[in-house]
Every structure is written in structure tokens, then in C-alpha cells.
Design a protein. Structure first.
Length: 368
């Protein structure tokens, strides 16, 4: 079996606090039981809502394991709706993966029999997508009445399992920071850290695609979000003292006191802490590039220019390094960005953000 499956990994800054295990995230399909207002997939086509066949899942897990990966995450859509998710977790465990995670909206994890089954299969980490600290906010953002209470029940049960020694790689909540919730970030921290007893929180700036494309109401300006984010960091430094990280904010949007404090950045900024992650997703058809070939900068694939994706036509998979794809395909880096002192680390700005607000706020930083 050919084991070279990825483009070259991103040039991330060294951080001894980062988990050094090579990570892959496998997308099981775009089927989901939520309808989040900011979903990047919008309304997926019928064929994209189909699940990954289990033989293909096993082949991908084998491929990446042989390539040296020991950490795997299952993504969607919503991975807990995948009929073979427990079998996939067990297969990854039996292959030898030591970190096995899911990124989930967690509504199915309130069902204790299902949660027991997937943890017994070998799950070691859960990241929950939850974007509000009240039922009104969470249910509005996900457009499913009752979601908030379902997720609270799931977190409570997962916390019980952690007390028994399960989920050794952690339980975290991921918040998509958007125009409806960013002002509530300090209250969300209080809710998740104190009320729910969690110790790991991640906030990611909204990626304005799919349902959120062109939506200025859902997409706040960086300069409006930064004061709230700074307050959150100060609260964590002085009061909560938990794991708190953020992503999706360019360095030029940060005040000098933050971007020039490398100690703070190493502890709070995703570009310094996140695992370098390979990704495997279902290819979406169209004119596919032959296996192993990388499209050049001018190649059109599925209507998008790509510099980072390797397409496997035979297996209907697209593979890439997530950090590289963000920086070179999904985010915009202006000509001026090339001279910025932070260019080697900064991933740039979501292209959807630039389409809404233009380039007025984007500028190179030159440290003296």
C-alpha cells in the first residue's frame, strides 16, 4: 500500500505544549441533525449527505496509520449519526491509534447507552460544538428547539465518565464566534467553566461560507471582537485559569500588547497549539485530478482554485493538510501580507470576510 498520503505539513511554530502525535481527521459525510445558521456546508447536495462506506473508512484508517499517524478524529456533518461510528472507533483502536476523537454537536451523546458504547469502543476525546450559554441563544443558532438542554445532559454524562477515568485526552467545547454571540463570551466562559465544570474551551472566528456567506449580521468585524477576546484572556489569566484557545483572527487585528507577547500567544492562539492535521473528505465529483497529482495555482477544481489538495479519483477522496489548506486556499493573503513579520505564522483572513468588509483593516506588521 502506498503510504504517502498528504501534502507537506504546515510550517507551524514549535511549541512543546502541542501534542506531537500526527493527527488525521476523517469526514464521514455531510449529513447532520442540526441546521446551524453559520454552517459552512449550507444545504449539502443529496450525494454529499450519504455516509462513507465502512470498507472505505477502514482503508483510510489503515492508510494513515501506515503513514505514521497515531491520532484520529471523526468529523461530519455529524459523526454520531454515522451508523458505523462505533465500529470505526473500535477499528482505529485495534489498529493502534492512541488518540481517538469526535467533533460532535453531542445531542446523541445524551443517550447514555450510545455514549457508553462509543467510549467502550475506544473513544478518548470529545469536542462539542456549542455556541450559547442559554437555551434561547443556542437553539436560535442551531435552529433546533431543545438543543441546549440535550447538550447540557450530554456534557453532564460525559463529565461523569471522565471522573471514572474515561476520555483521557479530554472533553472540550468549541464555540463559533459570530455576530450573535461574541458579546456574550465572558458569560459563556462562566457557564462552561463554572456551571458545567469544563476545563477546555476553544473559540473560532466564524468562517463566512455556506449559510453565512455575505452575512454581515453573523460576521462581526475583527476590531469589534478583539476587545471581548482580550477581556476573555484577562479573565482566564486572573480568574478561571483553564485551557482557553482561539483561532481565525489575523495578527494585524490584534493590539500590539497581545501579538508581541509570545508567552500569551503560545498558550492561547491556535496557530501555536493545534495539532498539524491531515484531512480526508469525500470528493465532490466533477473533473477530478488523477491520484497523487497536485493541482497548480491556476487549476479549477469543483469551481475553486486549490494549491493544497491531493485528489484520489479511484477512492473518491480528497486529502490535504488543514493548516496548509486554510492558509493557501480558504484564506486570503494580500500582497502586503508578504512583507509582514508574522507572515510565516499567520494564516491570513477568511476570504468570505474579505468579501464582506474588504481589505481596509488588513495591513502588514513590522516589529522594530
Amino acid at each position: 500500500m502506498k503510504t504517502s498520503v498528504n501534502p507537506a505539513p504546515a510550517n507551524q511554530p514549535f511549541n512543546p505544549e502541542r501534542d506531537q502525535r500526527r493527527n488525521v481527521e476523517i469526514n464521514i459525510g455531510k449529513a447532520c441533525n442540526n441546521r446551524c445558521v453559520f454552517c459552512i456546508d449550507g444545504l449539502p447536495k443529496k450525494e454529499d449527505r450519504s455516509y462513507m462506506p465502512f470498507p472505505a473508512m477502514k482503508a483510510e484508517l489503515q492508510r494513515y496509520y501506515l503513514d505514521g499517524h497515531r491520532s484520529v478524529g471523526f468529523l461530519g456533518g455529524e459523526p454520531t449519526t454515522y451508523p458505523k461510528i462505533c465500529d470505526s472507533v473500535a477499528y482505529a483502536r485495534d489498529l493502534g491509534y492512541t488518540r481517538i476523537a469526535i467533533a460532535t454537536n453531542a445531542t446523541k451523546l445524551r443517550l447514555t447507552h450510545f455514549t457508553d458504547r462509543i467510549i467502550d469502543a475506544g473513544l478518548t476525546r470529545v469536542t462539542i460544538s456549542m455556541h450559547g450559554h442559554t437555551a434561547d441563544l443556542e437553539d436560535r443558532l442551531t435552529r433546533v428547539p431543545g438543543n441546549f438542554l440535550k447538550k447540557v445532559a450530554a456534557i453532564n454524562y460525559l463529565q461523569e465518565k471522565r471522573k471514572l477515568g474515561f476520555l483521557p485526552d479530554g472533553l472540550s467545547v468549541n464555540i463559533v464566534l459570530n455576530g450573535w454571540n461574541y458579546k456574550h463570551l465572558p458569560k459563556m466562559m462562566q457557564f462552561f467553566y463554572q456551571t458545567m465544570g469544563l476545563d477546555d474551551l476553544r473559540v473560532n472566528f466564524i468562517r463566512p461560507e455556506g449559510y453565512a456567506e455575505g452575512d454581515a449580521d453573523l460576521t462581526p468585524r475583527h476590531k469589534d471582537v478583539m476587545p471581548v477576546l482580550l477581556k476573555a484572556i484577562i479573565l482566564n489569566e486572573q480568574y478561571f485559569k483553564k485551557v482557553f484557545t482561539f483561532g481565525g483572527i489575523p495578527f494585524c487585528a490584534m493590539p500590539p500588547a497581545l501579538r508581541n507577547n509570545e508567552d500569551i500567544l503560545r498558550r492561547y492562539m491556535g496557530e501555536y497549539r493545534d495539532l498539524s492535521t491531515s484531512c480526508s473528505i469525500r470528493s465532490e465529483g466533477g473533473d477530478m485530478i488523477p491520484p497523487g497529482q497536485r493541482p497548480d495555482a491556476n487549476s479549477w477544481v469543483k469551481g475553486h482554485k486549490s494549491k493544497t489538495v491531493l485528489f484520489d479519483q479511484a477512492n473518491s477522496r480528497a486529502r490535504f493538510n488543514w493548516q496548509d489548506r486554510k492558509k493557501h486556499d480558504l484564506k486570503g493573503q494580500l500582497e502586503a501580507c508578504r512583507s509582514c513579520d508574522f507572515e510565516p505564522i499567520c494564516e491570513g483572513v477568511w476570504k468570505g470576510y474579505l468579501e464582506i468588509y474588504g481589505t481596509e483593516d488588513i495591513h502588514p506588521i513590522h516589529r522594530k
